[in-house]
Design a protein around this ligand. Sequence first.
Ligand code: SF4
Ligand code: SF4
Length: 495
Amino acid sequence: MPVITIDNKKIEVTAGTTVLKAALENGIYIPHYCWHPLLSISGNCRMCVVEIEGRPKLEVSCNLVAADGMVIKTDTPAVKKMRKSVLEFLLINHPIDCPICDQAGECLLQDYHFKCSGQASRFKEEKVHKSKVVDAGRHIKLDNERCILCTRCVRFCQEVVKEPELTVAIRGDRSFITTAPGKTLDNPYSLNTVDICPVGALTSKDFRFKKRVWFLKSTPSVCPHCSNGCPIWIDHADEIMYRWRPRQEIEKVNGIASSQLTGNTILCDEGRLSYGEWQSDTKISKPLMLEEGEHKEISRAEAVLKLNKILSKDMKEIIAVLSAQISCEEADAFVKFLREKAGTDKIYRSGRAPLNPTSDDIIRKADKNPNISYLEKMGLRELPANIEGDVLFVTDSLSKDDILKTANLKWKSIVQITHDKRLIVPGAEIILPRATFAESEGTFVNFNGVKRKFSPAFKPAGEARTIAGWIPFLEEGITGVMSFLRKQESSDRLI
Ligand code: SF4
Ligand code: SF4
């Protein structure tokens, strides 16, 4: 394998690796705009220039294959001068939009200007004006004055999604990005162009002007919208989620972290925008009890008392249905409780099953549950038809099919632990508020067995807790049954 030296560091690389890739993989950062790990090499921005010992000119590192013995310098006076010139050139026609630009705070033009240039503009002429804030598609606004023509967005649509929806029109300093004739930027992965655009030319209609990025905290998590379970960042402030972004996973290659280059770097628009579902007005933060056909808020103590009564009265045959939306930890704890404390083995699985599930061969999966693999591995079977019992325990939700299977059966009680009123199963008598994946810690196992952990972005709302967190209260219900049974036994003896 070729051995090269970058900034005095000896690096062994696989044959065919470019200098930029080798540097990034080994913790040496070379500024770049047009290069992106998911895309073909374009080499148009000239930011990634480096000096090669024994060669007369600077060369772009993104398109330079590392050769054995190559000695590369990334920070010499000549390299620095060239970067400064490239930045000055890119900024000649750039508007001073930073105070109103959503990208401010995470913009590579700002960052590199401060890091590599810092000089004031010497340009006195009228800037070239281009189209601003045009609709590029359902989710995206395009500002051509901010665009640096790196073509990442064009290549993303062509190469990753295979939908050539964007193109570069005209030549020279009048060039601009536009939708291809008869097309709009509406592919199911369109919002990734906002992530990969290094400047504020492409912005998300959903996120525009909602929050300055420096006020956001980012928490590592997992998209719960399908069984692909993509790694995400939850960007949030004041217990409100503002957006989800793809999260690079740190993978080790020969013991070296290469987070720049590996892992899942895209999200589908459907999953990314589903964050709103988790913070709707229908979120449950207190226990609810069915009274005269309506679910009314009650205290936790009242809920436990009611559970006690239900379990005391109806405890004979418990059927439990675990949703594939719950975490591995919740599933483990609940199954243990059901088997060891509630004495039932009638435990089944369910989950979300939309009428027209979307899927493709990029990342979207038809199964819209993040943890189905784990429940299957636990040996939980689908809920059979005509199931019968006294108490039905439901975690999170039932699929429409399972609602039909359980409807019109003579349950004495239905107890549900869920986070949203829209998921309440018809006839549920007691509903305990469940902490969502954004409010708790846990693991999902995706469709091909990859385990991904998620962390709490903020505290659970009100009285909400995870299913595992509700178990001590359910056990109080069982204890109530025991004391009830003991009382029964002693009164029987007296008789
Ligand atoms: S819109 Fe963004 S990603 Fe597309 S060419 Fe312009 S700067 Fe690059
Ligand atoms: S592919 Fe699935 S897991 Fe990934 S972002 Fe889309 S819905 Fe979420």
